[in-house]
Design a protein around this ligand. Structure first.
Ligand code: GLP
Length: 245
């Protein structure tokens, strides 16, 4: 990476020009994954920019997930996560989605058990008076990379023992004759807060997708209310559209 190639003649503030140059260098492989960037001070000297300007460019790259700052050892180009293209056509589970791509899945358990339901769980899951709720909260990983955080809530009549779920929720539901057959899914955007970002191994403020799924059994009973946070840099959701009428 030659210092003189760090600038384009284009318009815009200098930190934006520097950021774009670094982005190009990362995308074209001039700066490959895991390579280190020169210290801020050095970049400032070579480019004749103030350290504030350099820092601003670097901070944006951190926000975008292009580089990461490791305590005491400087900035490095991040290993880019392969994006997963996910169809919105079929009711599949995370495990099935990843298996189809030949990716190994693992889950870190953050919570699993039987709890007092919230008002929302009572109304969405149609729980009776005094009925408890099964909850499972997991960090879902594929190919060794964290992909999503998922909080699922199910009536005990659907999942009597949440401890039975050892890997795939839908596989366990299938075994006990409660595999969902239909779902309503809602997707919205958010910026990940520091806690969720840390679990997903991205910078705070990175774009994420909040996905809420309410799924149903064949007989119409509600099976689950799941709220997931997916990494925005790892997913493309695809739906086929047809002209109505
Ligand atoms: C997806 C859905 C969740 C569902 C999960 C089941 O991630 N968004 O609503 O609970 O799949 O996945 P698995 O069977 O791998 O636990």
């Amino acid at each position: 990476l030659k210092p003189e190639s760090w600038f384009d003649q284009g318009a815009g503030p200098r930190y934006v020009q520097l950021r774009r140059r670094l982005e190009d260098a990362i995308q074209s492989g001039v700066l490959p994954p895991n390579s280190s960037l020169p210290p801020e001070r050095e970049i400032a000297e070579i480019t004749d920019m103030s350290r504030v300007t350099v820092r601003k460019a670097m901070q944006e790259l951190v926000q975008q997930g292009a580089i990461e700052q490791r305590q005491g050892s400087g900035s490095f180009v991040r290993e880019s996560t392969a994006r997963v293209e996910q169809s919105l056509r079929h009711l599949t589970s995370f495990t099935e989605d990843m298996q189809e791509r030949g990716m190994e899945t693992t889950s870190k358990w953050l919570e699993r058990g039987v709890f007092m339901p919230t008002e929302e769980e009572i109304s969405v899951l149609g729980l009776g008076a005094e009925e408890s709720v099964a909850r499972i909260y997991r960090l879902r990983e594929a190919g060794g990379q964290p992909m999503a955080l998922e909080r699922a809530a199910l009536p005990l009549s659907i999942l009597p023992n949440p401890l039975e779920v050892t890997s795939s929720l839908y596989a366990t539901l299938g075994q006990i004759g409660h595999r969902p057959v239909r779902a309503v899914q809602k997707i919205s955007a958010l910026n990940l807060d520091s806690n969720d970002a840390k679990l997903l191994n991205v910078a705070e403020g990175t774009a994420g997708l909040r996905i809420q799924r309410v799924s149903f059994l064949e007989d119409g009973r509600v099976a689950e209310l799941t709220r997931s946070l997916y990494r925005g840099d790892a997913y493309d959701f695809v739906a086929e559209l047809q002209l109505s009428g």
